[in-house]
Design a protein around this ligand. Structure first.
Ligand code: 46X
Length: 325
């Protein structure tokens, strides 16, 4: 089988939500290549936390996995926990007849407040799934044996709907050729080595170890690369109050170029002029921020919305394919 589902941007492209049928109920989920749990708001989630969200009702067709629990926390200190059911999950026409559906019995305030988001669909490696006592497979791992090709592609867009495709590569969605690089799976991420970064034809240094992460909004780069980039924007400062680099909204924000697999790819400067940093609209928050304390680079949606990316498990060695949109 194969299929395609829309990836609808939230305000400022902060995250992208995709309609998924869970036990015959449609929920809008954040597809996240940086985590491996499929969890949903449910009828088990306290009403004080779930108001405004679509909820999965396991009573309809879910089979309880007795004694199974899950508990996930993300790098931004958000998190959720709950119990586990097996149920039918359909994404863009691709059907997992019995997928582990993690029903939330508790969610953090960030999730409670984003009422468009009804949960997450993890697309990292199942080795980092949090279900106990037995780890469960991601939707992709559950269905990959039934897909025409064991891969999915990500085509996020700036300010408009993109797509996640499962089982095939749509050559109309990218320009030029796809450059493949090997993936290191030991941390459970789609992790690879990126190369040199430049802006205004000046070297910013090497990016190095990086993950392709649809669940992260911004790009978190090595501190040296980040400071060298913002040194080229007059008025840019690293503001503790704002929580990162900001600059005058009318500044000239240079394109960011990164080499992957020997090919150069470009993130337009306008994607890096991310959002107003304050109510005056005078200062804007940068789409590139330092990866301090993370330990690797995260190439999130600001990067991905300039790219067409193939998440490929067609061979025993997973690989990532990158192309310009
Ligand atoms: N922090 C963080 C994070 C990440 N690195 N990948 N996905 C994340 N989230 C998904 C939902 C909330 C945060």
């Amino acid at each position: 089988q194969s299929g395609s589902v829309a990836a609808n941007p939230e305000q400022y492209d902060e995250s992208y939500l995709c309609p998924v049928q869970v036990g015959g109920q449609t929920l809008n989920l954040d597809f996240d290549t940086g985590s491996a749990d499929l969890w949903v708001f449910s009828t088990l989630t306290p009403a004080t936390q779930s108001t405004g969200h679509a909820k999965y009702n396991p009573k309809t067709s879910g089979k309880a996995k007795s004694g199974y629990t899950w508990n996930i926390s993300y790098g931004d200190n958000s998190g959720a926990s709950g119990t586990v059911y097996a149920d039918k999950v359909v994404v863009g026409g691709v059907t997992a007849t019995s997928q582990a559906v993690e029903a939330a019995t508790s969610v953090s305030t960030q999730f409670m407040q984003d009422t468009d988001n009804d949960g997450l669909l993890g697309l990292a490696f199942s080795t980092i799934n949090t279900v106990q006592p037995q780890q469960q497979t991601t939707f992709f791992d559950t269905v990959k044996g039934t897909l025409a090709k064991k891969l999915f592609t990500v085509d996020l867009k700036a300010g408009t709907a993109g797509t996640y495709d499962f089982g095939y590569i749509d050559s109309s969605k990218y320009a030029g050729t796809i450059t493949y690089v090997p993936v290191k799976t030991t941390n459970g991420f789609w992790e690879f080595t990126a190369g040199a970064a430049t802006a205004n034809n000046r070297s910013l240094g090497s990016v190095g170890d990086a993950i392709a992460d649809t669940g992260t909004t911004l790009m978190y780069l090595p501190t040296a690369v980040t400071s060298a980039y913002y040194a080229q924007i007059s008025g840019a400062t690293n503001s503790a109050a704002a929580g990162g680099y900001i600059f005058p909204c009318d500044a000239d924000v240079p394109d960011f170029h990164i080499t992957i697999g020997g090919k150069s790819f470009t993130v337009p400067g306008e994607y890096i002029n991310f959002t107003p940093a304050d109510n005056s609209g005078e200062q804007c928050f940068g789409g590139i921020q330092p990866n301090t304390g993370i330990g690797f680079t995260i190439l999130g949606d600001v990067f991905l919305k300039a790219m067409f990316v193939v998440f490929d498990q067609t061979t025993s060695a997973p690989r990532l394919g990158f192309a310009a949109q």
